[in-house]
Design a protein around this ligand. Structure first.
Ligand SMILES: N[C@@H](CCC[C@H](N)C(=O)O)C(=O)O
Length: 261
């Protein structure tokens, strides 16, 4: 079988993109997706995303996300932004989009190469010993530390992801250092990739909200510096509830191809 694919990246979080409106991806493709995402034997990516037909009259398309391990997972913020750029490339949308992902409906705007994606409202925070846990479409453990650039993120992230705190579903883990009152440096260990990725959209969203929740910032627009580039998150905070949450940053097509599988 020959599969046509596109490769996208958003601040270095990279994805195989399939136009699956005609169901080109066979059902139960866990091994195939894992093989396509393999960096030595396949295309190489942190995940694979299918653009599918919308399930209602108001959406432009539907998003289905798989981690590099081949399993369907929760929301991917950078992947959602890349999918919007892909939908624009395919001529499905112009400069705005509405779509549904596993965590519910999303809106997006494309302007000057920047894709801004509206994320779900957040009002549940768990405060632990030197960490905050919240769900921004995907689960995130956020830990504010010093010396983030020297950290062994794979080792320390895996220890938290597999700890008894998160035994059932696991979690993504973000290590964060404050640079200034509205700027934070973030490195993320991603569940389902089981390694550090260059950037994580739901992760930096969690970091921005956690920084505001813990009064580390009083700004409603936060800049996040990841190893793959810069993202921003804006929101409205009312007491401990966060609404109108937008994740913004670049999303680019890297190449297209056909792969035999
Ligand atoms: N890279 C993503 C997060 C993808 C989901 C995550 N690996 C999980 O399974 O929870 C992002 O940009 O949000």
């Amino acid at each position: 079988m020959k599969l046509e694919f596109y490769k996208y990246q958003g601040t270095g979080n990279d994805f195989v993109m399939l136009d699956n409106r005609d169901s080109i991806l066979p059902k139960n493709s866990t091994k195939l997706i894992r093989d396509l995402c393999d960096r030595k034997f396949g295309i190489g990516a942190d995940g694979l995303i299918c653009l599918e037909n919308p399930e209602n009259n108001t959406d432009d398309f539907k998003m289905v996300y798989f981690n590099a391990d081949g399993n369907e997972s929760s929301m991917c913020g950078n992947g959602g932004r890349c999918l919007v750029a892909f939908a624009k490339f395919l001529g499905i949308i112009e400069n705005s989009a509405r779509f549904t992902a596993i965590d519910g409906p999303h809106e997006a705007i494309v302007k000057d190469g920047i894709v801004s994606l509206k994320m779900q409202d957040v009002e549940e925070f768990k405060e632990g010993d030197e960490f905050i846990f919240l769900n921004t479409g995907s689960p995130h453990h956020v830990s504010f530390i010093d010396g983030v650039s020297h950290l062994d993120v794979k080792k320390e992230g895996a220890a938290i992801r597999y700890s008894k705190l998160y035994r059932d579903g696991g979690t993504n883990v973000n290590f964060v250092q404050e640079i200034s009152k509205d700027t934070f440096s973030v490195r993320t260990y991603e569940r389902g990739v089981e390694d550090e990725t260059l950037s994580c959209g739901t992760g930096v969203t969690a970091v921005a909200l956690a920084a505001s929740f813990t009064s580390k910032t009083d700004s409603e627009k936060v800049k996040l510096i990841t190893p793959g580039g810069e993202l921003s998150v804006s929101f409205k905070k009312q007491d401990k509830k966060f609404t109108d949450v937008w994740l913004s940053g670049p999303a680019q097509q890297v190449f297209k191809g056909d792969i035999l599988c």
